[in-house]
Design a protein around this ligand. Structure first.
Ligand SMILES: *Cc1c(COP(=O)(O)O)cnc(C)c1O
Length: 359
């Protein structure tokens, strides 16, 4: 029996994707072998990889002057790859600190460059993003990095930061494909697949052509965006199975109305959960309402001593992985694209019941 999996990542995948992978496992496209057993340079896999890229371009409306790379090392790896690829030695990098993932990006970038934190919302406990226009970007900075959706605290930018002529770099790991997104306002977008786009093991980098050819010589070749762009992301053996599953997940997104369809689906889920929390008198969410994440919904209950009990009873009811991140406690429901509204409704019913018994 399938459960509702509220994990922050790796996360729930659409059932039809898993079923198709299962059906094709032993004999993929009549080749008598699984996709995992194919050479990444053979015509079958090369075609599969190209199709995944074409689908991503279509779904996200990625303009022709951007390359799509499919790399390894996760979004975390890109925290190092970005300064190495985009900043010259001595050049500053600007960053917005809005939560745990942007803080990690700052820490990594500092190994390679001087980092200028142009806005920091830690004082309010990372419950809001800085207002547009409230921070100043250094016009000589290599780029401005921000995290569109902070997965741990559950806050999401409700605007695209203005960076002037400085290239804008966005970490979309936990929000990619969840709603329409203006790629063209960005120099680089990157996202690990395992939140909203497939399984772990693959990270997508979407980079504007004019930002290539800037990598420092010491950049590891597998993370050199220019080299990987020239090699169709096959400088070394790519994670073929993850790439294939990413393609199947994109089919599912397309069949379900593309990004508009995802937005409708995700807004309905987020509205249902936040409106229940706010009206419950028992649960609370600390994030400023206008920047609450559609993907990750952290919540607290009146009696935090009951958190373990909440998580255990929910799991027994088939609602899995609701413990909050170890750094913040409480609970967190990650409701990525693949989570159906029925899953959120089941969670709300459980929460009502739990509050009634323990409130
Ligand atoms: C999960 C996550 C990461 C790290 O991704 P890995 O694939 O584990 O390296 C980075 N940024 C955000 C916003 C995330 O949610």
């Amino acid at each position: 029996m399938r459960v509702y999996n509220f994990s922050a990542g790796p996360a729930m995948l659409p059932e039809s994707v898993l079923e198709r992978a299962q059906a094709e496992m032993l004999d993929w496209q009549g080749t008598g072998m699984s996709v995992m057993e194919h050479s990444h340079r053979g015509k079958w896999f090369v075609e599969c990889a190209a199709q995944a890229e074409a689908k991503l371009r279509e779904i996200m409306s990625i303009p022709d002057n951007y390359k799509c790379l499919f790399l390894q090392g996760g979004a975390y790896g890109m925290f190092s790859a970005l300064p190495l690829n985009l900043s010259a030695p001595g050049q500053k990098i600007d960053l917005l600190a809005t939560g745990d993932w942007s803080k990690k990006a700052i820490k990594e970038a500092k190994k390679y460059a001087e980092v200028n934190v142009v806005a920091d919302t830690s004082e309010g406990g990372f419950t809001d993003v800085p207002k547009q226009g409230s921070f100043e970007v250094d016009k000589d900075a290599a780029y401005l990095h921000y995290c569109t959706n902070e997965t741990i605290r559950g806050l999401e930018f409700n605007y695209i930061p203005e960076s002037g002529d400085v290239p804008l770099v966005a970490d979309l790991s936990s929000t990619i494909l969840s709603r329409p997104f203006d790629v063209e306002k960005h120099g680089v977008i990157f996202a690990g697949a395992q939140k909203n786009m497939g399984p772990s093991g693959i990270v997508v980098v979407i980079i504007r052509d004019d930002l290539l050819e800037k990598a420092r010589p010491e950049t590891p070749s597998v993370w050199d965006f220019t080299q990987q762009a020239a090699a169709d992301s096959m400088l070394n053996t790519p994670p073929t199975f993850s790439w294939y599953l990413l393609g199947l997940t994109l089919d599912w997104v397309r069949e379900n109305g593309g990004l508009e369809g995802m937005a409708k689906r995700n807004k309905a889920k987020a509205d249902a959960l936040y409106s229940y929390i706010d009206g419950s008198g028992y649960y609370s969410n600390p994030v400023a309402p206008e920047v609450r994440s559609w993907m990750n919904v952290p919540f607290l209950q009146k009696n935090p001593d009951l958190d373990k009990q909440f998580v255990a009873e929910a799991a027994a009811a088939g609602l899995m992985n609701l413990a909050g991140h170890r750094s913040v406690g409480g609970m967190r429901a990650s409701i990525y694209n693949a989570m159906p509204l029925e899953g959120v409704n089941a969670l709300v019913d459980f929460m009502k019941d739990f509050a009634q018994k323990n409130g």
